[in-house]
Design a protein around this ligand. Structure first.
Ligand SMILES: CC(C)(COP(=O)(O)OP(=O)(O)OC[C@H]1O[C@@H](n2cnc3c(N)ncnc32)[C@H](O)[C@@H]1OP(=O)(O)O)[C@@H](O)C(=O)NCCC(=O)NCCS
Length: 165
């Protein structure tokens, strides 16, 4: 049976603190994942903000260099934080990468003294809701007609909370 030589084989993704060199790839991934994208400059500004905890799942490939398979950003305020965004490359979803990235992120936030974490998720975002359920988030509120979909219809946001530590 044919086997790729080891140097061509797909390497496991590793989690790293985001740097501005990741901002272009992260902005492209964000645009694929959400109706309203963020520019590379907006992404770089968030990465450089000391009140933002930013981590990426990166993979080194021979042909394309380092690729960003996913990333997560949270804004910190005193001992609380809010997840601003989390996204995994569309071709790699459903393989446990989101769970791995989120669980590492929760540990990082805990290490920075965060005791409670919030986020908003669209009511019909099944994959994201499954991810947050599994990670121990609970619903603490709803914002009706919060999101505008590409077809102009509105959908509700759920506010979720997770105690840390
Ligand atoms: C939400 C997102 C980050 C999840 O990442 P992911 O790598 O796809 O998620 P995982 O593979 O770790 O799966 C998480 C959970 O989703 C569920 N799941 C996975 N694949 C699924 C599928 N095809 N159908 C239904 N549920 C599924 C599982 O319950 C899984 O948990 P478990 O395996 O521990 O039981 C990713 O789908 C994404 O980037 N979505 C677009 C951006 C987005 O909506 N972000 C969230 C904004 S609030």
């Amino acid at each position: 049976m044919f086997a790729w030589p080891s140097f061509l084989r797909r390497k496991a993704a590793s989690i790293t603190r985001m740097q501005t060199k990741h901002s272009g790839a992260a902005a492209r991934l964000h645009a694929l994942s959400f109706a309203r994208g963020w520019s590379e400059e907006e992404m770089a500004a968030l990465i450089l903000d000391p009140q933002v905890e930013a981590q990426a799942l990166v993979r080194s490939t021979l042909l394309r260099g380092q690729t960003v398979d996913g990333f997560v950003l949270s804004r910190l305020a005193a001992d609380e934080a809010e997840i601003l965004t989390i996204a995994i490359d569309p071709d790699q979803r459903g393989q446990g990468l989101g769970r791995k990235l989120l669980s590492n992120h929760l540990a990082r936030l805990g290490a920075r003294g965060i005791t409670v974490l919030f986020l908003e998720v669209e009511q019909d975002n099944t994959l994201a809701r499954a991810l947050y359920d599994r990670a121990g988030f609970v619903e603490v509120g709803r914002r009706p007609a919060y999101y505008t979909k590409p077809d102009g219809t509105r959908s509700e946001a759920l506010v979720l909370k997770r105690d840390l530590g």
